[in-house]
Design a protein around this ligand. Structure first.
Ligand SMILES: [Ca+2]
Ligand SMILES: [Ca+2]
Ligand SMILES: [Ca+2]
Length: 412
């Protein structure tokens, strides 16, 4: 028996220190103090003295809980001594994420956080995550057409899963607004701007922005942000005085990629987009079918603060202005259009003005426009496209045009 006890003691050495061997007192010699593996010689000394209290722990069927959420990974179950990191309850479907376990808050992230076998999608959920963790916004953001939820967020990440959200949201310290899974629709409810971004860095992706209403910006307003990345957006059917779809001011640098700005209306200038003192780089996007009650059917760079717009591999077409600049009105704006000689329909063409024919209108001394392989008309089109320079002349260009214009005129 003593040999068995000694072996058991050695086996459980890590978990049940043999120093708790209270029964050994009196009989164990001084040589016993170390209780190391070399202790095996103790067997003879211990004979008849152990009381049995130093037997191995009471084992149980336990699973490893690597992330410490209290639920173990069922594939790790084994019969063993109770130890920190091992628990009796299984069911953790991701033992590397402490926010995923049976009964956990279901977040908009494209997987089941509650380890629910019946889970199919997160559609209809909204989750805001900041430094303090994730909170469910689903009920908070449940507005109605004509009565959108007006909400302010600090720094953080708003994830939206599927569905339509009637909201007028403001962010004041940077963050992310994104769609997960099926494209989420943010609808301004015809009441206010859908999304307003102030100060900080932002990433906005995957959402559709519609039915917003504003003065400077109907769909998305960017004012004073440090850097803003817009990608894979659909900005449609918004209305404002200036910048029906998007309005950027306050020195912000905005990049927009793979997006559609369509069907927006400005009662004054910039049917699709208006800028005042901002920089916008557009890549792989379409600005089409927007309307301006005054100038700049697709885009307007407004007077008063210098702006820069670069259109690369993008199309600004089919827009309509009642006044000047069917496609683009450039006041305090430097416009650059970089097209593609190998592809027809990359540039600024097919826009209509009720007042004066022009794809691009330069107004004032600060306006410039340049093009490189920029289509100002489609190949084989009957009419050329016009760059109209205030008080100077109209300059005509076709497909793949290269030009450089300022307040004095255009070259070549
Ligand atoms: Ca766990
Ligand atoms: Ca977990
Ligand atoms: Ca989820």
């Amino acid at each position: 028996m003593s040999l068995l006890l000694a072996l058991a003691c050695t086996f459980v050495l890590e978990d049940v220190p043999c120093s708790t061997d209270s029964g050994d007192s009196g009989a164990d010699s001084a040589a016993d103090s170390g209780d190391s593996a070399a202790d095996s010689d103790d067997s003879a000394v211990d004979t008849g003295e152990d009381t049995g209290e130093d037997t191995a722990c009471e084992t149980a069927s336990l699973a490893q809980d690597a992330d410490g959420d209290g639920f173990g990974d069922v594939t790790t179950v084994e019969e063993r001594c109770p130890t920190e990191g091992w628990v009796a309850v299984t069911g953790d479907c991701d033992d590397s994420d402490a926010d995923v376990f049976p009964g956990a808050l279901e977040r908009c992230n494209g997987s089941s956080d509650a380890c629910d076998p019946a889970w199919t999608s997160d559609d209809g959920l909204a989750t805001f995550t900041d430094a303090t963790g994730s909170t469910d916004q689903t009920a908070l953001l449940a507005g109605f057409d004509g009565a959108p939820v007006v909400g302010d967020f600090g720094q953080g990440d708003l994830a939206l899963c599927g569905g339509t959200w009637f909201v007028n949201l403001s962010f004041t310290a940077g963050g992310e607004v994104r769609s997960v899974g099926d494209r989420a629709v943010l609808d301004g409810g015809g009441v206010g701007p859908v999304l307003a971004l102030f100060a900080g860095d932002y990433v906005v992706s995957g959402i559709r922005v519609q039915h917003g209403l504003g003065v400077s910006g109907g769909g998305i307003v960017v004012d004073g942000g440090d850097s803003v990345e817009l990608s894979d957006l659909e900005v449609q059917d918004n209305v404002a005085t200036e910048g029906g779809g998007l309005y950027v001011q306050g020195g912000t640098v905005v990049t927009m990629a793979d997006s559609l700005i369509s069907g927006n209306v400005a009662t004054a200038s910039g049917g699709g987009i208006a800028l005042s003192g901002a920089e916008l780089s557009v890549t792989g996007s379409s600005i089409e079918g927007n309307e301006a009650g005054d100038n700049g059917g697709g885009l307007a760079g407004l007077a008063g603060a210098g702006s820069v717009v670069t259109l690369t591999a993008s199309t600004l077409s089919g827009n309509h202005a009642v006044g000047l600049g069917a496609g683009v009105l450039a006041e305090d704006l430097s416009l650059v259009c970089v097209g593609d000689a190998a592809t027809d329909g990359i540039g600024i063409f097919g826009n209509v003005s009720d007042t004066k024919r022009s794809e691009i209108r330069l107004e004032g001394r600060a306006a410039t426009a340049s093009g490189e392989n920029c289509d100002l008309a489609l190949e084989g089109a009957g009419a050329l496209g016009v760059v109209s320079v205030e008080g100077v002349d109209d300059f005509e260009y076709g497909a793949d045009a290269t030009f450089l214009c300022d307040s004095v005129g255009c070259l070549p």
